[in-house]
Design a protein around this ligand. Structure first.
Ligand code: PHE
Ligand code: ZN
Length: 875
C-alpha cells in the first residue's frame, strides 16, 4: 500500500536533512522547438558531515560536459545512472557546471513541455529533475538566476521566476532575457514560459508603497475573459496584507494562462501558471460556481507565495502544511469576497461530498501520511481539505488574536526554510501557550471522525446534559491515535426560535448564546446551565470540526433549526438533513410519511420568505444531489434514491406550482445582475421543482431561460431540459451548441451537463467521446466530461457497470500521454466499495482490466493496486 501504509515506529526519525545544500543556481537555457540546451552552475555546500557523494536527480538529460570549479571532471569522479548523477568525493563546497541537452516533452508529461505553440514547465512535485540535474526535493531551497534565449519569431515572450533584470539580442539575432529570484525556493517552484502571448498589464502598490508590475499572458482569444481574474488577483494581494500582514516581495507577478496546462493551476514564484478553466471567467461564459472557483483558485495560488513558497515543506509527506494552510487562507478570502455564510457552506459541501468519501474508501490516508509510493498521488482531498480543517480548528481553539500571533511567528521564523507539518503546532504551543499534545493526533488519524450526540434536559434544574461520543474509523494495520481534541461550537435554540443564553456548569463565565466546548474524551458529558427554556441544540456550528455527526434530533427539531438557528451553516444543514430524510422515508415507506409532511411544511414556509432572503432560501431548498443523498443511506441504490426524490418532489409540486412560477418570474430581473447569485440559485430551485411535474408552460419557461445571456441561467435551464424527455433535450442541446461552440470555455459546459444528468449520461458520454469537438489531448474538455461524470452517482455507478467501463477506458487511453489525468479519474473507483455486490463486481472487473494493460505509468498502477488491495473490491 502507498498512502495508507502504517506508521513504522519512529517513522518521524526517518527524515534525513539533505546532505548538500545548493544556495545558488544559475541556468542558461537555449530554447528550441523540440530541444533545449542548458548550462547549469550549481553552487553547493556540504550540510551534513560524513556524506561524501553529491547526488543529483536527473531524468532524460544528456550530459555533454561537467566541470568542478572550472576543471573538467574525469569519468571516475562522476557516475551516471538512469535517474541522475553522482559526484564522488565532493568537496565541502564548490561550483559544479553542467552542459547538457534535453528533449521537450508533450502535454501530459513533467518537466519542459510543449503546449500548443508555447513551451512551458510543469515541475511539482518531481518534474525539475527533467530540466536540471539537481537534488530535487522540497527541502533544498535555492536562489535561482535563469537566462532564457530563443528565436523571437517563435518565442517573442520569455518568462521565468522572479524579476526581469536584463534583456537583449544575441549576435545571431536571437533574443535573451535574464530573470532573477533572489530568495531561496524549492526546485519544484521553478517555472518558465516561452511563446507568443497577448498581455493584460496592471500595477499593484503594496502596503509599504512598493509597485508591483502585474502581467496576465494568454492567447489573444482568451485574453478578453481574463479581466475578472486580474481584478481578483489584486484583491487577493490586498487581502493577504490585511488578514495576515503578508506583502508580495517581488517587482513582477506574471500569470500565464493556457488551455490544457497539465498542472491545473500552479503557484511558481512570480510566475503562476493556469489552465484556462482556472483563470478565465465571465458571466457570459461561466456559471456562478465557476466564477467562484476561479476566484478561489487565483487566491489559492497567490497565497502560496507565503504558505508554500517562502515557507516550504520539509518532505512531500508534509504537503498538507502548504496545501492545508493555503486552502484555509483561500477559504477565508472567499468568506470576505462572497460572504462568510455562503463561503462556509461551499466548504462544507466540498468536504462532505468529496473528502469524507475518500476517508471512507480504500484510499483513506492521514493528512500527514507516514509513507507514499508516488509523491504525485499525494495530491488528495484529504491532504488539501482535511488539513485545512485541522488548521482552522487550531485557529478556533486559539482565538483570533492568538491565531494572528501564531501565523506571524510562523512566517517570521520559517521564511526561507522548509518546515514539517508539526512545526506549526510547535510554534502555536510556544506563542499562544496552548497544549497541543492531543490535538496533533489529527494529522496522523486515518478515516472519518464520527461523533454521536445525545442529551437530557432536566426541567427542575434547567440543566442540559450533552454527551458526545467520538470514534475514528479503524483502519487495518493503522494504529488508532486515541481520542481527538475537537472544538465544538454550540448554540441553543428555544422552542419559539429565540437564541438562548447558557454557560458550561464547570466554568463560572458569563452567559452567552454561543460557546466553544472542547471535546477531549472518547465519551464526554457537558453540563450546560442557565437556560431559560428547553432548547434544541445546534452543534458543531459552522462545522467547527470535520465531523460526521449523528444526533437524536427529530424531524420537528430539525425544522426548528432550519427556521431559526442563528448559525447559517447549521440552519442550511438542518433543512438539507430534513430533505434527505424525507427522501429516504419516501423510499422506505412510500408517500405521506411524517418526515415528508414536516419537510413539506418547511418547504412552504421557506418559499414564503423568498423575497427577503432568496440566497438563503435557495440554499436551503436546493435538492440534495445524489452524492448528498448517498450520505444519508450509504448503501442505498443511487437510482432508487433519485427516483424517490423525484417522486416526493412531484407530489409536492402541484400545491406550490403557482408560487414557484411567481418566484421564478419575480426574480428574473435580479438574476441578470452580478449580485444576483442568490436569485439565480432560487430560480434554479423553482425550475427544478416545477420540472418534476411539468406542465407545458414550465417547459416553455425553461426554453426561454436557456436564451439568457448569463451562463448561470442558461446552464440551469439546460440541465433541466437535458433531464427531460429526449425530444426536448435534443432540441435544447442543439440550440446551446450553436450558441457556445465558438468559446471553448462555454462549450465545456455543454459537454459537462450531458455527463452530469441521470443514468443516461453513461450513453451520452459514450457518444460525446466520438464528438468532433472532443479530443483526448484537450485535457480541459476531457476533464469537463469526466470530472462531471464520476460525480454523477446514477451514471458512473450505473447498475449494469457501463459507467465503470467507460471510465476504465479513459484511464487506459490517457495512461501513455497523460498519466496524472488518468490517475485523477481512476481515483473515482474509491467510491465503489459502499455499493452492492453486483456493482462492486463490475468495478473490480474494470480495475483488473486496467491492471492487465501493459506499460501502466507508475501513479496509475500504484493507485489501481491500492484500490484493489484494500476493502471490498479485493480479488
Ligand atoms: N500546487 C498546486 C496547487 O495546489 C497544485 C499542483 C500540484 C499543480 C502538482 C501542479 C502539480 O495549487
Ligand atoms: Zn495549492
Amino acid at each position: 500500500m502507498t498512502l495508507s501504509a502504517a506508521a513504522e515506529p519512529g517513522a518521524e526519525d526517518a527524515y534525513a536533512p539533505p546532505p548538500f545544500e545548493i544556495p545558488h543556481a544559475s541556468l542558461w537555457i537555449d530554447l528550441q522547438r523540440d530541444v533545449a540546451r542548458v548550462r547549469a552552475e550549481l553552487r553547493f555546500r556540504r550540510a551534513r558531515v560524513g556524506v561524501t557523494d553529491l547526488v543529483l536527480d536527473g531524468v532524460g538529460l544528456r550530459l555533454a560536459e561537467a566541470r568542478l570549479d572550472g576543471q573538467v571532471l574525469a569519468d571516475d569522479r562522476l557516475t551516471h545512472s538512469s535517474h541522475g548523477l553522482v559526484l564522488a568525493a565532493a568537496p565541502d563546497e564548490g561550483v559544479l557546471a553542467l552542459d547538457y541537452e534535453l528533449t521537450v516533452g508533450s502535454a501530459g508529461q513533467e518537466g519542459l513541455i510543449r503546449l500548443g505553440e508555447a513551451l512551458i514547465t510543469h515541475c511539482e512535485p518531481e518534474g525539475f529533475r527533467r530540466i536540471c540535474y539537481f537534488p530535487d526535493r522540497p527541502d533544498v531551497m535555492t536562489a535561482f538566476r535563469c537566462t532564457l534565449a530563443a528565436d523571437p519569431e517563435a518565442f517573442p515572450d520569455l518568462l521565468c521566476n522572479g524579476a526581469l533584470v536584463e534583456a537583449g539580442e544575441l549576435p545571431d539575432g536571437r533574443r535573451y532575457a535574464v530573470w532573477d529570484d533572489p530568495r531561496p525556493k524549492a526546485s519544484y517552484l521553478f517555472a518558465l514560459a516561452a511563446g507568443r502571448f497577448d498581455k493584460l498589464e496592471d500595477r499593484f502598490v503594496t502596503r509599504s508603497g512598493r509597485g508591483v508590475r502585474l502581467g496576465i499572458h494568454a492567447r489573444s482569444q482568451d485574453l478578453p475573459w481574463c479581466r475578472h481574474g486580474l481584478a481578483i488577483l489584486k484583491q487577493a494581494m490586498a487581502w493577504d496584507e490585511r488578514a495576515y500582514g503578508r506583502e508580495y516581495d517581488l517587482d513582477d507577478l506574471n500569470v500565464v494562462v493556457l488551455p490544457s496546462y497539465p498542472g491545473g493551476a500552479m503557484e511558481n514564484r512570480g510566475l503562476n501558471l493556469y489552465a484556462t478553466e482556472f483563470f478565465l471567467a465571465d458571466p457570459a461564459i461561466s456559471t456562478d460556481e465557476q466564477m467562484r472557483r476561479v476566484s478561489a483558485v487565483i487566491g489559492h495560488e497567490y497565497f502560496h507565495n507565503w504558505t508554500g513558497n517562502r515557507v516550504g515543506c520539509r518532505s512531500w509527506l508534509d504537503l498538507g502544511l502548504k496545501e492545508g494552510f493555503t486552502v484555509l487562507r483561500q477559504q477565508q478570502f472567499m468568506a470576505d469576497l462572497a460572504g462568510a455564510d455562503e463561503a462556509r457552506i461551499d466548504d462544507v459541501i466540498q468536504l462532505r461530498e468529496v473528502q469524507f468519501p475518500e476517508d471512507d474508501g480504500p484510499l483513506a490516508h492521514a493528512p500527514r501520511p507516514a509513507a507514499a509510493a508516488v509523491p504525485s498521488n499525494l495530491y488528495s482531498r484529504t491532504i488539501y481539505d482535511k488539513s485545512a480543517e485541522i488548521i482552522r480548528m487550531l485557529a478556533t481553539l486559539a482565538g483570533p488574536a492568538a491565531s494572528r500571533r501564531i501565523s506571524d511567528a510562523f512566517f517570521a521564523r520559517l521564511d526561507g526554510r522548509a518546515a514539517a507539518f508539526e512545526t506549526l503546532f510547535d510554534i502555536a504551543e510556544e506563542v499562544a501557550g496552548l497544549d497541543l499534545a492531543q490535538f496533533r493526533r489529527w494529522i496522523r488519524a486515518v478515516g472519518g471522525f464520527h461523533v454521536t450526540a445525545a442529551w437530557t434536559w432536566d426541567p427542575a434544574s434547567k440543566r442540559f446534559s450533552l454527551t458526545l461520543e467520538q470514534s475514528v474509523r479503524t483502519v487495518t494495520d493503522h494504529p488508532n491515535p486515541g481520542p481527538l481534541l475537537a472544538p465544538v461550537r454550540v448554540g441553543m435554540v428555544g422552542p419559539g426560535g429565540q437564541a438562548l443564553a447558557f454557560r458550561s456548569a464547570d466554568q463560572s463565565g458569563p452567559l452567552a448564546t454561543e460557546q466553544v466546548l472542547e471535546l477531549r474524551e472518547g465519551r464526554q458529558t457537558f453540563v450546560l446551565e442557565g437556560l431559560a427554556a428547553p432548547p434544541v441544540p445546534s452543534l458543531f456550528r459552522g462545522l467547527s470540526s470535520p465531523v460526521r455527526l449523528t444526533t437524536a434530533l427529530d424531524p420537528g427539531e430539525l425544522a426548528i433549526l432550519a427556521r431559526y438557528d442563528g448559525d447559517p451553516t447549521n440552519r442550511w444543514d438542518a433543512a438539507q438533513t430534513l430533505a434527505r430524510r424525507a427522501v429516504s422515508e419516501r423510499l422506505r415507506l412510500g408517500p405521506g410519511g411524517h418526515i415528508q409532511l414536516v419537510w413539506r411544511d418547511l418547504f412552504d414556509d421557506l418559499l414564503a420568505q423568498a423575497a427577503e432572503a432568496p440566497g438563503a432560501v435557495g440554499r436551503a431548498l436546493t435538492p440534495p444531489d445524489d452524492r448528498a443523498l448517498g450520505l444519508e443511506l450509504s448503501d442505498a441504490d443511487p437510482e432508487a434514491l433519485a427516483q424517490a426524490q423525484h417522486a416526493l418532489a412531484a407530489e409536492m409540486t402541484p400545491r406550490v406550482r403557482d408560487r414557484l412560477r411567481a418566484v421564478h418570474a419575480r426574480l428574473a430581473g435580479a438574476a441578470v445582475t452580478d449580485e444576483g447569485v442568490g436569485a439565480r440559485r432560487l430560480r434554479a430551485v423553482c425550475l427544478w421543482q416545477l420540472m418534476q411535474a411539468p406542465e407545458p408552460q414550465d417547459l416553455a419557461r425553461c426554453r426561454s431561460q436557456l436564451d439568457s445571456p448569463r451562463m448561470a441561467e442558461a446552464c440551469a435551464a439546460l440541465s433541466q431540459l437535458v433531464a427531460c424527455d429526449a425530444e426536448a433535450a435534443k432540441a435544447a442541446l442543439a440550440v446551446a451548441f450553436e450558441r457556445w461552440r465558438a468559446v471553448p470555455q462555454a462549450l465545456d459546459q455543454w459537454f459537462a451537463i450531458q455527463a452530469t444528468v441521470g443514468p443516461q449520461a453513461a450513453d451520452r458520454v459514450e457518444a460525446l467521446i466520438g464528438h468532433s469537438d472532443y479530443r483526448l489531448d484537450n485535457a480541459t474538455r476531457v476533464k469537463a466530461v469526466f470530472d462531471a461524470f464520476v460525480l454523477n452517482m446514477r451514471g458512473f455507478h450505473r447498475a449494469d457497470g457501463a459507467g465503470y467501463r467507460i471510465v476504465a477506458r479513459i484511464v487506459v487511453a490517457l495512461n501513455p500521454g497523460n498519466p496524472r489525468l488518468a490517475a485523477r479519474f481512476l481515483k473515482a473507483f474509491g467510491d465503489c466499495e459502499r455499493f452492492d455486490a453486483a456493482r462492486r463486481a463490475h468495478a473490480n472487473e474494470a480495475l483488473i482490466g486496467i491492471l492487465a494493460q501493459p506499460g501502466l505509468a507508475k501513479p496509475v498502477e500504484s493507485l489501481a493496486r491500492d484500490l484493489l488491495s484494500a476493502g471490498s473490491l479485493a480479488v
